[in-house]
Design a protein around this ligand. Structure first.
Ligand SMILES: Cc1cc2nc3c(=O)[nH]c(=O)nc-3n(C[C@H](O)[C@H](O)[C@H](O)COP(=O)(O)OP(=O)(O)OC[C@H]3O[C@@H](n4cnc5c(N)ncnc54)[C@H](O)[C@@H]3O)c2cc1C
Ligand code: SF4
Ligand code: SF4
Length: 428
C-alpha cells in the first residue's frame, strides 16, 4: 500500500538535539527523502519508504526515531526544520480527535518493526539486512564517549596533528589507501574500537558553504596507535570516481591522503555507541569486511593482540572474512599475514584475481559454514560487518542461510543477535 493511503503511519523523524549534521543520512538515502537547512536534518514522510538504509551509518542514532500518528497529522518538512526537540508521541485523546483509535496499527511501518514478518516470507525480495542491525552494544562493551567535539558541543572541533601517513595498498592505478595517524596532544579524545571520527575538510563547497564533515572509522585500539599515546589511526581510500564510476575527486579522502606529517586537521566526534567489541573473556569476534571496512576490524584485532601479549585475555576466537578486488588492493595485507594462525582465522576473498573465478566474502563465509553455524549458536559470539554498502545484504543473507542449513530458525537467531547487541552493520 502507498504511504498516502495509510490511515496511521509510523513517521520517520530525526532527533534535532542529538543529530550532529554530518550529512551521512542524506548521502545514503536512495530516494532522497532526507533534506536539511542550516538548522536541521529532516525526513520527508511522503518519500520515505522505510528501507532503513540510513540507520546503520548514522553515527549518533538520532536518525532512528519513529512516531505513530494519523497520516493526516504527519509532520511536514517546514515544521520539522523549525524543531529544537522531537515532539512526544500523541496521546490516545489526540489520536481519537483525528478519528483514530489509540491502538490502531500503522499500515506503513519501518522494516525493523516488522522484521519477523518479512523474514518469514523467505523471499530474497523481502530480505532487508538492516533490520537485523543491533541498536545496543554487546553487554560487556566499555563505555563510549561521544560528541565531545561538534556542532552541539562546547568546542566545535579539535585540532589533531598528523604524525604518520603511509600507503597500505600496493601502488596501483585505481586504488590508493592510506594509513593516517592523528595525534591529539593534550586534548581529551577517548575512543574505543569500532567508533568513528569526523574530519572537517578546509574550504567550502560549490555553494560557498563550509564542507560537511566526513566520517572515518578508527583503525587503532583504545590505548592509541602507539600504546599509551593520545593518538589514533584511520584507513582512508582516495575517492577518484563516484559510485557510478564517473571521475570525481572526493573532497575529504583526497585531502586526508595528501596530508604531510606535521599538518593539522580539524576533527569532530568521537561517534558511535553500538559498533563496539565485547570485553568479557572467551567472547568471540566474527569480522566481515571489504576495503576500508577493515579499519574497525584492525582496531579490534590489535586490542585483542595486545591483551593476549600481556597475558590478560583468556582466549576467544577471532574470525576474519576480508574481501578486496586483488591482494594488492587489500589494506594491511602484509601485516595480516604475520598474525599467528592460532590467534586469528583469516579468510580472504579476491574478486578480480586474473585467471581465478570471482570470490566475494559471502563465498568464503559459505565455505566456513560449519564454524559460523557454531558461532551463530554461541551467545558469546559477536558479528561485525563493515565496508561497501553493496556487500551488506549478501553477507547477512549468507548468515541466514548458514543458520537455516544448520537447522536453526533464522527468525529466532536474527532477532536474538539484534536484541543482544551481537550483530553490527556499518556500511557506506
Ligand atoms: C560510518 C562511516 C564510516 C566510514 N569509514 C570510512 C573509512 O574508514 N575509510 C574510508 O575511506 N571511508 C570511510 N567512510 C566513507 C567516508 O566518510 C567518505 O564518504 C569517503 O571518504 C568519500 O568522501 P570524499 O569527501 O572523498 O568524497 P565526496 O566529495 O563526499 O564525494 C565525491 C563523490 O564520490 C562518491 N563517493 C563517496 N564515497 C565514495 C566511495 N567510498 N566510493 C566511491 N564513491 C564514493 C560520492 O557519492 C560523490 O559522488 C565512512 C563512512 C561512514 C558513513
Ligand atoms: S528509511 Fe530509507 S527512505 Fe527513509 S529516510 Fe532512511 S534511507 Fe531514506
Ligand atoms: S546521519 Fe545521523 S547524525 Fe548525521 S545528519 Fe543524519 S541524522 Fe544527523
Amino acid at each position: 500500500m502507498d504511504m498516502a493511503d495509510a490511515a496511521v503511519i509510523k513517521q520517520h523523524l530525526i532527533d534535532p538535539e542529538i543529530c550532529i549534521r554530518c550529512n551521512t543520512c542524506e548521502a545514503t538515502c536512495p530516494v532522497q527523502a532526507i533534506t536539511h537547512d542550516s538548522r536541521n536534518y529532516v525526513v520527508d514522510a511522503d518519500k520515505c519508504n522505510f528501507c532503513m538504509a540510513c540507520i546503520p551509518p548514522c553515527p549518533t542514532g538520532s536518525i532512528d526515531n519513529w512516531r505513530t500518528l494519523p497520516r493526516i497529522k504527519a509532520y511536514g518538512l517546514a515544521e520539522q526544520l523549525g524543531w529544537d526537540e522531537l515532539p512526544a508521541e500523541l496521546s490516545p485523546e489526540q489520536m481519537a480527535e483525528s478519528g483514530v483509535a489509540a491502538d490502531a496499527m500503522p499500515v506503513a511501518e519501518p522494516a525493523a518493526a516488522s522484521a519477523s514478518a518479512s523474514a518469514t516470507t523467505g523471499s530474497e525480495a523481502a530480505f532487508n539486512s538492516a533490520q537485523y542491525n543491533a541498536t545496543l552494544p554487546p553487554w560487556s562493551a566499555a563505555h563510549a564517549y561521544v560528541n565531545l567535539y561538534g556542532p552541539k558541543a562546547a568546542e566545535k572541533s579539535v585540532t589533531a596533528t598528523v604524525t604518520g601517513n603511509v600507503r597500505v595498498t600496493e601502488v596501483g592505478r585505481e586504488y590508493d589507501t592510506h594509513h593516517v595517524v592523528l595525534d591529539f596532544g593534550t586534548m581529551p579524545f577517548p575512543v574505543l574500537e569500532g567508533q568513528s571520527i569526523g574530519i572537517v575538510p578546509p574550504g567550502t563547497d560549490a555553494g560557498g558553504r563550509p564542507h560537511h564533515a566526513r566520517q572515518y572509522s578508527i583503525a587503532s585500539p583504545r590505548n592509541g596507535e602507539r600504546p599509551g599515546y593520545n593518538n589514533l589511526s584511520l584507513t582512508i581510500k582516495r575517492v577518484l570516481e563516484d559510485h557510478q564510476g564517473q571521475p570525481v575527486r572526493g573532497v575529504a579522502s583526497n585531502y586526508m591522503c595528501d596530508l604531510k606529517v606535521g599538518d593539522t586537521v580539524q576533527v569532530i566526534g568521537p561517534f558511535g555507541t553500538t559498533f563496539l567489541m565485547p570485553n568479557h573473556p572467551k567472547s568471540h569476534l566474527v569480522m566481515i569486511c571489504t576495503g576500508t571496512g577493515s579499519a574497525p576490524m584492525r582496531a579490534m584485532t590489535e586490542w585483542r593482540r595486545r591483551l593476549r601479549q600481556s597475558g590478560k585475555f583468556e582466549g576467544g576466537k577471532l574470525m576474519l572474512f576480508f574481501g578486496a578486488r586483488t591482494k594488492e588492493e587489500l589494506p594491511y595485507f602484509g601485516p595480516l599475514q604475520n598474525l599467528p594462525k592460532d590467534f586469528i582465522d583469516i579468510n580472504f576473498a579476491f574478486s578480480r584475481t586474473q585467471g581465478q573465478p570471482k570470490r566475494y566474502v559471502q563465498h568464503t563465509m559459505a565455505e566456513r559454514a560449519a564454524d559460523l553455524a557454531a558461532l551463530l549458536a554461541d551467545p558469546n559470539a559477536c558479528f561485525y560487518v563493515c565496508g561497501l554498502k553493496a556487500m551488506e545484504e549478501g553477507v547477512v543473507a549468507t548468515l541466514r542461510d548458514i543458520a537455516r542449513g544448520a537447522g536453526m530458525d533464522w527468525d529466532t537467531v536474527g532477532a536474538t543477535l539484534k536484541r543482544e547487541g551481537r550483530l553490527h552493520l556499518e556500511t557506506y
